[in-house]
Ligand binder design. Sequence first.
Ligand code: ATP
Ligand code: MG
Length: 283
Amino acid sequence: MLRIAIQAKGRLNEQSIGLLSEAGIGVAESKRKLISRADGFPMKVLYLRDDDIPQAVAMGVADLGIVGLNEVAEKNFPVERTMDLGFGSCRISLAVDRTADYNGLDYFRGKRVATSYPNILARFFAEKGIDAEIHTIKGSVEIAPAVGMSDAIFDIVSSGDTLISNGLVEVEKVFYSKAVLIANPKLDEQKRRETAQLTFRFNSILESRGMKYVLMNLPQEKLDEAITILPGMRSPTVLPLAQEGWCSIHAVICESQLWERIERLKALGAEGILVLTLENMIR
Ligand code: ATP
Ligand code: MG
């Protein structure tokens, strides 16, 4: 039976449980549990700190894990990156004192930089040929410059508010992260099949996001033109209406194209346009 590791509590916990639930897999909220059996899929769930997930998956304690790419890259354990999961986006950036005279990466030569991501930073500096002192600290990296522990920081940034309130300014965006599904590279056949079932469900969910189901009535004579505007999954569905000379046309459209397409269809004479949310899209 597959074992999947998810974050016990924190920023990725709720969305990991949410994605599993959309995939028809019921998972207990962690609370004090370390492991529990899922409903709706033959799977056990391990609740871990996100830092420990790459190692747990590399060692085979868990077969799969849901974790930020930042932790995967930092820990550098041998795991397969199976798929991106569409949440948990953030970036890790270099930030310096607001009053510093920042003039590009050379600024960091000989400087002390505090971070919880020493490996990602060391790789970046090595690539750029910058010789700096990297100080690893676990929490509250953003206060390090104010208390004299460092000249700069390398930390996760989302809105930037924490930086501002600590008198810092983001100067280099180094690493972009998002939640990913990782897998142990040595899964047996059976577990690979089960993983494929799981990623099939996840992919259907992700693909349906941002897609709309659109239906409308249209004069029959405009049908050919309308079909060129509405792509559909294979081609749009066309049904006759009771009133002669009219038909109903149904298709799936990407949200970003929705309004432009609808305006063109209205201009063709489409009426009674309904736009519905898609829950799942199985290709
Ligand atoms: P744990 O107790 O599991 O070690 P943590 O405190 O290390 O938790 P969280 O703050 O819960 O971690 O963040 C978990 C992950 O969420 C991060 O590693 C990152 O991939 C992602 N993330 C997304 N947005 C942010 C953000 N604004 N700040 C921090 N992490 C973010
Ligand atoms: Mg952590």
